[in-house]
Design a protein around this ligand. Structure first.
Ligand code: ATP
Length: 731
């Protein structure tokens, strides 16, 4: 199909008014979504209105509905909760309430709504849209609006964004707030682990999720919990003995601490709640272990939004405005959601119905179906957890004669250890003998290689850096010695884990200071990913990268732009510079230029983030990504080993004998390294085509620059069922 390119410059919001509200439970990242809607709306020439206090503000009108300005959303990207307020509103559930809301909107000329909330809020929005023309007729009949006003405002367009920490909404991989909630949970688990290690304790931790086990499941994956209980997968009868058996087995294996994670809504096969107290009593009674209960509660909603949530919400906010601009009276209400790396639009009611079906399936005890309905990504999490947490007895394992080695290369990165743990355990489960190599290819050449057993990688998920040790040395230097080691140990396959970068480490927040510009240097070699995505997450004014060359005129216009901005109520500026973005326009140069030009308006501070970006405990995203991607890689290796095994030998003579596994748009793809050769810029060690470059205009738009933005990718309304069917390699 020939695709004609579509650019933002050709879309206009002139004459349109957009209302934005947050509804239901609050979630971190909602502010980032509001900010993006406001700025994108203003950028395309529309008027944007805040609707405070959710639907209540829409029903009550008055000061609750206020026009937003560019500056009114400054400095809110990093704030948790929702600045414009959220509420649960009884009135909106009544026809009377919705009639008043319609009047308030028509009086202000608002016929476009961005609703950020859970499935309840979005259902309400859809109902409102369906009733709209009837409501206007009533308002005309009661002479509250004129016939002409009714004609002008005859169509109401609605776009939803799912803001909910539970990740309980079908049709999106992630909802706004989920990743931040995971951060809070993992912070607590990491803290608990240190105390529990000293005392040999069992911790029972309750996390949120009355109807959805996502938070519990993914935190269990991210911390390698001993047991997890979620509503979608009630444990089989007799689970009590099994769990106690597992706990005592782990304890015998020198594991000093046990962690059991329980979703708020955990149930047994008979839909009876399984509470934390019940579990505690069970463990104490059967095993006599010192057992403590921690209920996390609202801590999970608190704190600043994670980088991931800020980026997700910003992308969704921009996409929501695009969807509103393109809506025609016949377009159904849609939600913007995330599929893999891509923002997509789905019919709102399809998603809501699917979400409700999950609950129905659980109520009717069709649990397997409930898991399937949650989507491939959820199912994949569950399968990976099962695979990694339940150690199989030797007798249960298939026996393969294959030997697989795992090693880390390049710079250490958070999440690497999670990947190694997963690879080792999946390898063992597949029946292979798994070897771990220390210090990368250099260690390999020196024979630093030993067999790893299940217990050798216990507790590795949460650790930063590379426990195996890693080196930047390329294999070519020692190729003969490496080959010899491979012969000695009869290695049939190699899993190389390296080159990950994380963006989560940039948490530099520059709020709270007056008229100051921060110049921050980020790592990444020649790759501007961290600077760009970090820029989007922190609301940067500019991000200088190697991939997008800049000259003195660009620097000048950036400085002038920032000086103008600082004359308004905006008080801080943030400029990111990738370490190798330019040989001569160094971080010092840029710092001095901004300092000189900003004299009397702002002062500057500079910060070279350096190795702190590689340090620290891995984020939940990196732990899970590392875990799942390594599991997938090891399973793929097993398949290939079997496929190419002939008379005692493994043949590695096809293109896909050496593959790179990575996320491309929506799916995980194994790509032969030989093909990557053409796509790689070896001098600068970056791909020739970088997907994230498409996010750069977005950052610029949100920082008030006019720019060209190719929006050809968005615009199509997809369907949830079709999406799930083709989404074969969900992460
Ligand atoms: P959370 O995931 O945090 O529970 P939610 O959006 O599902 O968020 P709800 O309390 O279900 O939270 O809904 C929020 C508000 O949306 C309600 O207080 C009500 O005003 C409106 N709403 C929900 N369902 C409907 C409905 N069927 N008809 C009209 N309005 C509704």
């Amino acid at each position: 199909m020939q695709d004609t390119k579509k650019f933002i410059e050709n879309l206009s919001g002139a004459g349109k008014s957009i209302g934005v509200l947050t509804s239901g439970g609050d979630a971190q990242g909602m502010n980032a979504a509001v900010r993006a809607v406001v700025r994108m709306g203003i950028y395309v020439g529309a008027k944007v209105f805040f609707i405070h206090e959710g639907y209540q503000g829409m029903v009550d009108g008055g000061d609750n509905i206020k026009e937003a300005s560019w500056e009114s959303v400054s400095s809110m990207l990093q704030v948790g909760g929702t600045v414009i307020g959220s509420a649960r509103c009884k009135d909106f559930r009544t026809h009377e309430g919705r009639l008043r809301a319609a009047l308030n909107l028509v009086q202000r000329g608002i016929t476009n709504l961005c609703v950020i909330g859970g499935d309840g809020s979005l259902t309400g929005a859809n109902l409102f849209r369906e009733e709209w023309s009837g409501l206007l007729d009533e308002l005309v009949q009661s002479c509250q609006i004129s016939e002409e006003a009714s004609q002008t405002h005859s169509a109401l367009h609605i776009v939803g964004m799912v803001g909910s920490i539970d990740n309980d909404f079908c049709g999106t991989d992630m909802t706004i707030g989920t990743d931040s909630a995971l951060h809070r949970i993992i912070e607590v688990v990491d803290a608990i682990m240190t105390t529990a290690q000293s005392h040999q304790r069992t911790f029972v931790l309750e996390v949120m999720g009355r109807h959805c086990g996502y938070l519990a499941l993914v935190s269990a994956l991210a911390c390698g919990a001993d047991w997890v209980l979620i509503p979608e997968m009630p444990p089989k009868d007799g689970w009590e003995e099994q769990m106690c058996h597992k706990l005592s087995e782990n304890r015998a294996d020198k594991k000093r601490l046990n962690i059991i994670i329980v979703a708020e809504g955990a149930i047994d096969q008979n839909n009876k709640p399984i509470t934390t107290e019940l579990i505690k009593d069970l463990v104490v009674r059967c095993l006599g272990f010192d057992t403590r209960v921690t209920i996390l509660g609202h801590v999970q909603r608190g704190g600043t939004p994670s980088a991931f949530d800020r980026i997700l919400a910003s992308r969704m906010g921009v996409e929501a405005v695009l969807a509103l601009l393109e809506a025609s009276p016949g377009t159904p209400a849609c939600v913007v959601s995330l599929c893999g790396n891509q923002a997509v639009r789905l019919p709102l009611m399809e998603c809501v119905q699917m979400t409700q079906e999950v609950q129905k399936a659980m109520d009717e005890k069709r649990f397997e179906e409930a898991v399937k309905l949650r989507g491939r990504s959820f199912e994949n999490n569950l399968n990976t957890y099962k695979l990694l947490s339940h150690r199989k007895m030797n007798a249960e394992l298939p026996r393969s004669s294959f030997n697989v080695a795992v090693l880390n290369v390049g710079a250490p990165a958070a999440g690497m250890n999670a990947a190694v743990r997963s690879a080792v355990r999946v390898g063992i489960t597949e029946g292979h003998t798994v070897f771990a190599v220390s210090d990368g290819f250099e260690g390999f050449s020196k024979g630093q290689i030993k067999e790893f057993k299940w217990g050798d990688v216990g507790g590795w998920t949460g650790q930063g850096g590379s426990l195996l040790g890693t080196k930047r040395t390329l294999p070519a230097k020692h190729i003969d010695k490496i080959a010899e080691q491979m012969r000695i140990h009869n290695i049939n396959a190699l899993l190389v884990i390296g080159g990950f970068e994380t963006c989560d480490r940039i948490k530099q927040s520059a709020s709270g200071t007056k008229h100051r510009v921060f110049i921050i240097e980020t790592m990444g070699g020649y790759c501007g990913y961290l600077a760009t995505v970090g820029g989007l997450a922190s609301g940067a004014d500019a991000a200088y990268i190697y991939e997008e060359p800049f000259d003195i005129r660009d620097l000048q216009s950036n400085v002038e732009h920032l000086t103008e901005k600082m004359k308004t109520s905006i008080q801080r500026g943030l400029v990111l510079r990738n370490e190798n973005s330019s040989e001569n326009y160094t971080t010092d140069f840029i710092y001095q230029l901004y300092s000189e030009e900003g004299k009397g308006v702002f002062d500057c501070r500079k910060n070279v983030l350096g190795h702190m970006q590689q340090g620290g405990a891995p984020s939940p995203f990196d732990r899970n990504f590392g875990t799942k991607i390594a599991a997938k890689a090891m399973q793929w290796i097993s398949k290939k080993l079997k496929e190419f095994y002939r008379e005692g030998r493994v043949f590695a003579n096809t293109e896909d004998s050496a593959c790179l596994l990575g996320m491309r748009r929506r799916a995980l793809v194994f790509q032969p390294v030989i093909q990557l050769k053409d796509e790689t810029d070896f001098v600068h060690r970056i791909p020739k085509e970088q997907w994230w470059l498409r996010l750069r205009p977005l950052m610029k738009i949100l920082a008030k620059y006019k720019t060209s933005y190719d929006v050809s990718d968005s615009g199509q309304l997809e369907h949830i069922v079709r999406l799930r069917a083709k989404d074969i390699s969900a992460i």
